[in-house]
Design a protein around this ligand. Structure first.
Ligand SMILES: [Zn+2]
Ligand SMILES: [Zn+2]
Ligand SMILES: [Zn+2]
Length: 263
């Protein structure tokens, strides 16, 4: 867990695609690898700045991620989009309701919020004795917003039919972009990301894919954004950590679960 309060920092809670790595029932070289960096839970990140702590996406692995990295504080949850691998862990926010004696805000753009609320329709129903439901304040995002000390801007990307955003986060003079699922990035989003010190971006595999960036596309896009340090996430089992890292240009790395990066 991040203890550094002088920087804007990320802990990668998960860096895998929707199926995770290893994949159930696969014996390929990556899925049976003994390098722990090739074990990837579903993509999510824990953000720390000053006294503020937030989570972007609650993956189906959220409970295990919170235990592994010792999370004790979640001031808010931000959702990039409503695909199952990014939202299905939300129920486990209950422990943070209890630990913090607080309702926790969930931020998403309206198109995403509709789907999140449909999937979690039981949240917000009247309390009944013996039921332990998440205590959530759903906050649709229509403009830049603040979570504690962090200024957040949702920026749209193309990711198949599902409405999807990434987040630009600013704290003091530090700026980070986090874009886990993306196939094409509109020029306005690319322009808004110019000047970030740290950029995190989707890369699924080497071959092109209809809803995700592939390695060559991600590298090209990251070079256009121009952050001094960038990391790739949302990898499938076709990508091996050490091999991929050796193929990338300077300044672009491959994130792995538990990696801490800050600016
Ligand atoms: Zn995903
Ligand atoms: Zn495999
Ligand atoms: Zn997705």
């Amino acid at each position: 867990m991040i203890e550094d309060t002088k920087n804007l920092g990320l802990t990668f809670l998960g860096t895998g695609t929707s199926l995770g790595v290893p994949m159930i029932g696969c014996d390929c070289a990556v899925c049976v690898s003994t390098d722990p960096r090739n074990r990837r839970r579903r993509s999510s990140v824990y953000v720390a700045a000053g006294a503020t702590r937030l989570v972007i996406d609650t993956s189906p692995d959220f409970r295990e991620q919170a235990l592994t990295y010792g999370l004790r504080q979640v001031d808010a949850v931000l959702f990039t989009h409503a695909h199952a691998d990014h939202i299905l862990g939300l129920d486990d926010i209950r422990r943070f309701n209890t630990l913090q004696s607080a309702v926790i805000p969930v931020y998403a753009v309206p198109e995403v919020m509709v789907e999140v609320r449909r999937v979690f329709a039981y949240i917000g129903r009247p309390a009944l004795p013996g039921l332990y439901r998440p205590q959530i304040d759903f906050r649709p995002v229509v403009a830049p917003f603040r979570v504690g000390e962090v200024e957040v801007t949702a920026l749209p990307v193309e990711h198949g039919a599902e409405y999807t955003v990434g987040f630009l986060m600013a704290w003091r003079d530090r700026r980070i972009g986090y874009f886990p699922d993306c196939h094409r990035m509109p020029e306005a989003t690319v322009r808004a990301l110019h000047g970030v010190q740290l950029m995190v971006l989707d890369t699924l595999r080497y071959r092109p894919h209809p809803t995700h960036l592939c390695v060559a596309e991600s590298v090209n896009l990251l070079q256009r954004i121009g952050a001094p340090q960038s990391y790739l996430i949302h990898l499938c089992h076709e990508l091996e950590q050490a091999k991929l890292e050796s193929e990338l240009p300077p300044g672009i790395g491959v994130a792995y679960d538990g990696l801490i990066a800050s600016t």
